[in-house]
Design a protein around this ligand. Sequence first.
Ligand code: FES
Length: 147
Amino acid sequence: MLPSAPSRRAFVAGSAGACAAALCACTTYDARPAPPPAPAPAPPSQPDAAGAADALAGASDIPVGGGAVFPDRDVVVTQPTAGRFRAFSATCTHQGCAVGEVREGTIVCTCHGSRFAVEDGAVVEGPADAPLPERAIEVDGDQILLA
Ligand code: FES
């Protein structure tokens, strides 16, 4: 008789064991703790309990004929003429950059050079082709408030 070769039954049993081991090796469990949940987004500015609107700037901080950009509030406040304040979205209507500055009577988006009028947010120079949307504000003494 020939030296004993593995029997067919032993070969099948061995193969099944090897496959089971391979499957187990491919299954991993991540024992690391789950990452902490992302912090909740800050709630939008709300009037306080007394109903007061959100203070934005002092009126004296806004130059006559010019304005100031508040990028964290997505608003640009202008004062086209003494004591007359206007506010617009600070998001450029061209491709959504934040407008960068107020210069020479215009609100300037430095991404591609669009300029908007401090008077009404109208396009003075493209490529933007739509005005900046107006934002509601209130003037209370020397305070400019987001309505
Ligand atoms: S995004 Fe403002 S000019 Fe293009």
